[in-house]
Ligand binder design. Structure first.
Ligand code: SF4
Ligand code: SF4
Length: 82
């Protein structure tokens, strides 16, 4: 099951969202710090939205170019051939 995404190293590419077959990860606007006082800025970052739907396929971990997604092996929710 997906455990963590190191957001401080995330580039916001959105690949983890695209490759997830269970729609667990969603790209959502998150506030970012700016040097200009009063200016509010956001950027898209991944959110683990429906963790309980994770089927532990490892796609997000494998395809993340920054290698910052952590998926732990688990038999829970895993598709079985029987
Ligand atoms: S391990 Fe698979 S199902 Fe789980 S969040 Fe990653 S891509 Fe989605
Ligand atoms: S694939 Fe990796 S770098 Fe790209 S948005 Fe997801 S966690 Fe961030």
């Amino acid at each position: 099951m997906i455990e963590n995404i190191e957001l401080e190293k995330c580039t916001g590419c959105g690949i983890c969202d695209v490759v997830c077959p269970a729609d667990v990860i969603h790209m959502e606007p998150q506030p970012v710090a700016t040097e200009i006082k009063g200016l509010r800025q956001t950027r898209l970052l991944p959110v683990i939205k429906f963790r309980e739907h994770c089927i532990t396929c490892f796609s997000c971990e494998i395809f993340c170019p920054e290698h910052i997604v952590d998926v732990h092996p688990s038999v829970k929710n895993r598709p079985r051939p029987w």
